[in-house]
Design a protein around this ligand. Structure first.
Ligand code: SIN
Length: 510
């Protein structure tokens, strides 16, 4: 892997708006520098693209103060006014889609086609919540006494702190920030220090769209000091996190000291069940989409393939053939299907999982080795005869390795699928709709793909059960995560019914 210099990386970026590569944090409508900086590397080349400020607790607290100060003004906007600003933000994202995609590929590594798709996906959350902003309906509840009137409305929860991961540098931000702003909340975001440039470009476009100063703040830096403010500052009403299960649990526990609202989108261990009667071609296509998207680095990537023995060989051969044909390389190259892993640590985990599976008796049909492009590239891999107790099946691999377990009936597949503390995504392939539906009902997962490997869309709720998270993002349910129900219980003065009878009578006469 070549070690390209910063000027080389920037030249390769070739942005039509070079000012979208921003190297400062964004707090209270101002671009902020820091004494210390963190270099951001292109995972495909190892070259440093640029650096961003390594801010700490003081700057995070400053951003929280800005968000708190901006809250009354933003909350007072009508829903329609907030919607119009969000809509403009969405349109600006579309107008700069190519630049945003190039920034993303350069800092994250995913192929340009996937980066473009992520920008469209990320923008769709802003478009969706611009529309939903106007639909935060309340309720009128029949009173519990003759003089009682009760209504319920939805209030913004207040200042929101968000931590987002590197695997989707734009969509995980808009999936949280768009509903928060739509609801009338203000936000302090800490993006991953590995992929801050997408977040900063989004912040710049939000300002151009008219999001007022202090309403959306981006604090760059290492996680510890900033995270400490996010979980402990009493001015923050809601904490929302996408990342690892271990970190999410720890942060959520800290949030309880100040009883913050918490949403968590944590790790998965997605089972991919192929029934005896599955359409093999469709199952292979679904597996390629689910397993190899983003080099296997999504929380909803198929992690364990539970394949009926009657379909096993055909599915394994088909998958290996398609995986072998994937072209691995720099995401900026037009022909690339699979980019690098995010870093060497990710590569070491993939290698450890593969070594463990092989040691337990698995065989590689393709891959199972580092790629000639060098670290952190890894070959798309398919392993058969995988032991259900292998690390590949017990932990989230987050890499381009499909491990196939042989099962002899649907009950065994469901039992293995549910034998996990994770409960995010799951997949079932069968030609028999009743059978697929029954299996989907038995799966303890927040999301099920039936005969499809792609389940993510802004219109459907995204989230998990068990230790995969709390709450849902996207869809009409996503707005409620940033709203508080407020009940008003009113006692009316006693008015003799007669008085109204008289008024009604007058009304009738006139
Ligand atoms: C994730 O990996 O956390 C998100 C994946 C998606 O939205 O499809």
């Amino acid at each position: 892997m070549a070690n390209a210099g910063a000027s080389h990386e920037r030249a390769r970026l070739a942005l039509s708006r070079p000012d979208l590569l921003i190297t400062r944090a964004y707090i209270d409508g101002a671009w902020i520098d820091g004494e210390r900086r963190i270099g951001v590397r292109n995972p495909a080349t190892g070259g440093e693209i640029a650096s961003t400020p390594d801010l700490g607790g003081a700057e995070a607290a400053h951003a929280v103060a800005a968000a708190e100060a901006a809250l009354p003004g933003w909350r007072a906007h009508s829903a329609k006014e907030r919607a119009a600003i969000l809509r403009r933000w969405f349109e600006l994202m579309l107008a700069h889609k190519e630049d945003l995609a190039r920034l993303m590929t350069t800092e994250q590594g995913k192929p340009l086609a996937e980066a473009r798709a992520e920008i469209a996906y990320a923008g769709a959350f802003i478009e969706w919540f611009a529309e939903e902003a106007k639909r935060g309906y309340g309720d009128i509840i029949p009173g519990h006494a003759r003089d009682a009137r009760i209504w319920v409305d939805r209030r913004p929860v207040g200042v929101v702190a968000a931590i987002t991961p590197w695997n989707f540098p734009a969509a995980m931000i808009t999936r949280k920030v768009a509903p928060a702003l739509a609801a009338g909340c203000t936000v302090v975001l800490k993006p991953s220090e590995l992929t801050p440039f997408s977040a900063l470009a989004l912040a710049a476009l939000s300002a151009e769209a008219g999001v007022p100063a202090g309403v959306f703040n981006v604090v760059t830096g290492a996680p510890q000091a900033i995270g400490e403010v996010f979980v402990s500052d009493p001015r923050i009403a809601k904490f929302t996190f996408t990342g690892s299960t271990a970190v999410g649990k720890m942060l959520a526990a800290r949030c309880m000291d100040t009883v913050k609202r918490v949403s968590l989108e944590l790790g998965g261990n997605a089972p991919f069940i192929v029934c005896a009667d599955a359409d093999i071609e469709a199952a292979v296509a679904g597996a390629i989409a689910s397993k190899f998207r983003n080099t296997g680095q999504t929380c909803v990537c198929a992690n364990r393939f539970l394949v009926h023995e009657a379909a096993y060989d055909a599915f394994a051969e088909g998958l290996a053939e398609r995986a072998h044909a994937l072209r691995v390389g720099d995401g900026l190259a037009a022909e690339t299907d699979q980019g690098p892993l995010i870093d060497r640590r990710a590569l070491a985990k993939v290698e450890a999982h593969v070594a463990d599976a092989l040691q337990r008796g698995a065989r590689a049909l393709t891959g199972a080795a580092a790629h000639a492009a060098g670290a952190p590239f890894y070959q798309p891999s398919v392993l058969v005869d995988v032991d259900a107790n292998a690390l590949l099946c017990r932990e989230e691999t987050f890499g381009p390795v499909a491990g196939l377990v042989r099962v002899s009936d649907d009950a065994e597949a469901v039992a293995l699928a549910n034998a996990s503390r994770a409960g995010l995504a799951s997949y079932v392939f069968s030609r028999d709709f009743s059978r697929a539906h029954r299996i989907s009902e038995a799966l303890e997962y927040g999301m099920v793909g039936l005969n499809t490997g792609l389940i993510s869309t802004e219109v459907a709720p995204f989230g998990g059960c068990k230790e995969s998270g709390i709450g849902r993002e996207g869809s009409r349910y996503g707005l409620a995560e940033f709203q508080e129900l407020r009940t008003v219980c009113a006692a009316l003065d006693e008015v003799p019914l007669r008085a109204y009878s008289a008024l009604n009578a007058i009304g009738t006469v006139t």
